[in-house]
Design a protein around this ligand. Structure first.
Ligand SMILES: [Zn+2]
Length: 100
């Protein structure tokens, strides 16, 4: 099975870090639903304890800083980043297809 047109870069998991840069989890998409796959310990991607949708307040296991997971805010952030990336790399057809 190969990807068809319409398969976008948003299917690639995105790192989700605490305010000081520890990796708390990653964001991945299933259909139109975006979920945060939360690690039990920061920077330990092999140990996922939860797949979150909606809103949650996550505390970093290393530095105790908090970050708010908000699925709607993440969607907007991703769109803005993708838009910037498409300016930087106009040859990235995946990025362009998301905006279209
Ligand atoms: Zn941290």
């Amino acid at each position: 099975m190969t990807g068809r047109a319409g398969h976008t870069v948003s299917d690639t998991p995105q790192p989700w870090n605490c305010p000081t840069g520890h990796r708390l989890g990653h964001v991945a998409r299933a259909g139109r639903i975006r979920r945060l796959f939360l690690y039990r310990q920061a920077d330990e991607p092999r140990d996922v304890i939860a797949a979150l949708t909606g809103n949650a307040r996550i505390v970093c296991s290393v530095c105790r800083q908090e970050r708010e997971w908000d699925v709607a805010a993440e969607a907007l952030q991703e769109l803005l980043e993708r838009r910037q990336n498409s300016f930087l790399d106009p040859l990235d057809s995946d990025a362009a297809s998301v905006i279209a």
